[in-house]
Ligand binder design. Sequence first.
Ligand code: ZN
Ligand code: ZN
Length: 285
Amino acid sequence: MGKSLKVACIQKAERITAVGDGSFGDTKVSTEDYMKWLKDYCEAFYYGLSVKILEPIPVSHTGCGFRVNEYTCNLQIHAGDLLKYLKKKKPKEDAFCIVGITMIDLYPRESWNFVFGQASLTEGMGIFSFARYDSDFYSASYKGRLQNIKKLPSADYSIFDGYYTPAINSMLLLRSCKTLTHEIGHIFGLHHCQWLQCVMQGSNHLEESDRRPLDLCPICLRKLQSAVGFHIVERYQALLGWMDEDSSGIDAELGNEAKMGLLKPVEAFKECREWVLKCLDVLQK
Ligand SMILES: [Zn+2]
Ligand SMILES: [Zn+2]
């Protein structure tokens, strides 16, 4: 054991010292809060493994290619370049896999419109973007559209400074948790589930992935259990604990309004929570 998952975050901005640079969109939620929620969620889902969050990486440090999408007019970064960069970052000894997440859209090659993510299962690496989980992404009013930009200078990453990224809300957190655990599931050797309602079901578009439940079906759960070796009740309790824990760790000095902005937005997890409660109920009879 001692194996851990590493999660890296690819960030838009060059520096994260200025206020606002480190946050996603115009909410009070910082990258740090959001990454912590994802880390804790993955630790409950893959119960028994530890997840480490690596330092945020500015886009410019990766040296990746980027472009403006000619149809959607948003900034995109090259997924394969990011994987190459992550490969160098993956600790040799203790990491089971390294996963990069970004709020900037990805493309796999010039001729492709976009990609949600790309992974190398043999190397235990993946890179995933949550840009298209913004409920505004496909609307005309999407704030990530760049007007009047035809050709970008190839090595000038300053265009990423202050570039729009979605605000963290409950739906985005739910979608991020599903995607991350689904993709890491593949790295664990789980294939697309054809049996029951399951987070490992394949999906071709957003509506389909929204229809997937948050958790594994009993068949995939058993497979994961044989890989990770957790106690099933303890795992459900950890998932429930994640959904129920709210303001813990928040500075007690903060006023109520400031606290509200920092609470983990779990409204969208209501149905999943009921499912976990039912499972626990059956298991503990
Ligand atoms: Zn998949
Ligand atoms: Zn399944």
